[in-house]
Design a protein around this ligand. Sequence first.
Ligand code: BMA
Length: 332
Amino acid sequence: MELKRYSGNPVLQASDLSYPASLVFNAGICKFKGRYYMVFRNDVGFSSKGWGRGTTYTNLGIAESDDGIHWIPRDKPWAAPQEYVDADPEISRFYDPRLTVIEDRVYLCFAVDTRHGLRGGIAVTDDFEKFDVLSLSIPDDRNMVLFPEKIDGCFVRLERPMPEYSRGYKELFDIWLSKSPDCRYWGDSELVMGLEKVPFANAKIGPAAPPIKTSEGWLATFHATYKDPNRDLLGWEIANNPKAIWHKEYLAGLMLLDLKNPAKVLAISSQPVIKAREKYELDGFRGSVIFPGGMLLEPNGEVKVYYGAADTVECLATATVDELLRSLDITF
Ligand code: BMA
């Protein structure tokens, strides 16, 4: 079963913004106080013709929508996260935001590049102006997403550590879970799903969009990487670096987690629910990359999945929640 792509894809791209933008992708999405909000990653200075040396940087932008389909970007990047980055010489950027509304507050998970490693961050906002950082993990961890409610009184997150040293320096990465009483101190960590469980991944898997609650369990997307060194995928990245030939296809999978014990995977789909096929997914900064970061369950049972395509634009695909639940054909 494949999700149905929105015919007007991409829903947001660099040319929609009124400030410098090149790659607009890997967004987090939520519905907050009756309105749809998107926080997206904007990588500036990259193009199919190469990129300007010393002029590349990343910021986070905000777009709003009445229907989750048509988006109006603000006329400036979000200032508060940038001020946090600028104030700490250790940190070079925040990127790949994911949004979860918990008890009427918007929580953001994001990746943090620092001089001493790649960290996972969590912040909270009530107004998409202020941005209070609650926790920054030690390296190497990222792709964090929060569940939309506390479970047994704790915040719960999925995450994807990168244990290279202890796994033979291979990219063999799995999905984990941790809990926190306050969103600051994290522990009780457990493995959720090992890479070997996913038939369409051979390199790494990671949480994608924050889970949605269904009667059957927590339904969540994950990203799955399939690496084939003999297959050169299209990518603008090589315009300035001929060695940067792209071999990794990123696919979107679906998993169902137990409502009471979300570290337990009940089922997954044996096939990806989105695989790059359209031009905007095949041809961009890194071709054949599908990277979901937002998933909303509408009152009529429609599920909207938002994904970065080719690390270049932001797209939308939909299905009904029943179709998604029926596609989970491998049970554990
Ligand atoms: C991952 C992250 C994402 C990116 C993906 C594909 O490792 O860096 O930000 O979308 O690779 O390039």
